[in-house]
Design a protein around this ligand. Structure first.
Ligand SMILES: NC(=O)c1ccc[n+]([C@@H]2O[C@H](COP(=O)([O-])OP(=O)(O)OC[C@H]3O[C@@H](n4cnc5c(N)ncnc54)[C@H](OP(=O)(O)O)[C@@H]3O)[C@@H](O)[C@H]2O)c1
Length: 284
């Protein structure tokens, strides 16, 4: 078992440090620019002390850099790493090359990116179990990170080097872009007189039902709505109304519908004629 240190007592640092300590891991040091945050975190973890960054490096075998993405490379360059030590960042987008300076000083480098959003540390710990975590490291650090992932009940994804921009950009479609889709619905409803306060309450159960269906039946199997049925008349009506509300609404709907047509094709429920009718309606 490694002695762990966390540099950065922000949202993710707090969640990971507490969750690992709760599973019996030795979280021995926390260091943060914000001293109050470091002290509050250390108080919640028996045996954990607030230290300077240099002291934290001395005290630990495995250091988590849970700082903002832009701070990772400068810290990796500035700190006195030693061989036999490992340093891991938790960014989805930042390549491991950001830790190259620590590697040159003999430390083993890695990535441990929990694929989840942690806006409120108080209830975030329960989100860890069942979430995926992208792990990038060479053995034996890889095995240690896989062990920690299993301890937290997380599902490991092993990321090949150099793939983080694609991995992270794509993940946005399952995260904040869902909010953009809901925002489009709320705006259109507001335009036809449905109160914004009620809109989200009405739309969220629909979104949850769709995700539950996807969990059970996969993306193509969960598809519902006019495109899945080949109801070209309904789609034509949607397009006419959305274009009249503003060209951007129609364009957004067309783009998403064209992508949905690929799922409809994969579902095998529509014949070629129905698919072509929809294709002609939606354009290229
Ligand atoms: N939050 C999430 O949902 C989430 C999920 C997955 C991965 N991550 C990753 O986790 C990492 C941390 O994100 P976060 O959301 O926890 O950010 P955060 O809440 O803003 O916390 C960042 C921490 O880093 C410290 N920091 C910033 N610049 C620093 C510097 N130059 N030197 C030393 N400390 C510095 C901050 O100190 P101050 O308080 O003094 O500013 C703060 O304690 C990022 O790489 C992020 O991509 C976050």
């Amino acid at each position: 078992m490694s002695r762990l240190a966390f540099i950065g007592a922000g949202r993710l640092g707090q969640v990971l440090a507490r969750a690992m300590a709760a599973q019996g891991e030795a979280v021995v040091a926390v260091s943060s620019r914000n001293q109050d945050a470091a002290e509050a975190l250390a108080l919640r973890i028996p045996g954990c002390q607030v230290m300077t960054q240099e002291q934290a490096l001395q005290a630990a075998d495995l250091v988590f850099l849970t700082v903002s993405d832009d701070a990772i490379e400068p810290l990796a360059r500035a700190l006195p790493w030693r061989s036999g030590q490992a340093v891991v960042h938790c960014s989805g987008a930042t390549e491991l090359t950001a830790l190259a300076a620590a590697g040159l000083r003999g430390a083993t480098v890695g990535g441990f990116h929990p694929l989840q959003i942690f806006s409120d540390p108080e209830n975030a710990a329960q989100l860890l179990a069942g979430s995926a975590v992208a792990i990038e490291a060479e053995p034996p650090l890889r095995e240690e990170l896989l062990r920690l992932a299993a301890l937290l009940g997380m599902q490991p994804l092993q990321l090949p080097p150099g793939t983080r921009a694609a991995y992270h950009a794509a993940a946005s479609f399952s995260a904040s872009f869902i909010l953009s889709l809901l925002d489009e619905a709320v705006q259109i409803w507001a335009g036809v007189g449905l109160p914004q306060q009620q809109a989200l309450q009405a739309l969220l159960p629909l979104a949850r039902g769709t995700l539950q269906a996807a969990e059970k039946r996969g993306l193509a199997g969960a598809l519902s709505g006019p495109i899945s049925r080949g109801d070209a008349g309904v789609v034509a009506g949607h397009l006419q109304t959305l274009d009249s509300l503003g060209a951007e609404h129609g364009a957004f709907y067309r783009e998403l519908s064209r992508r949905q047509l690929q799922l409809a094709r994969a579902s095998g429920r529509l014949d070629e004629q129905a698919l072509q009718r929809l294709e002609a309606l939606l354009g290229h």
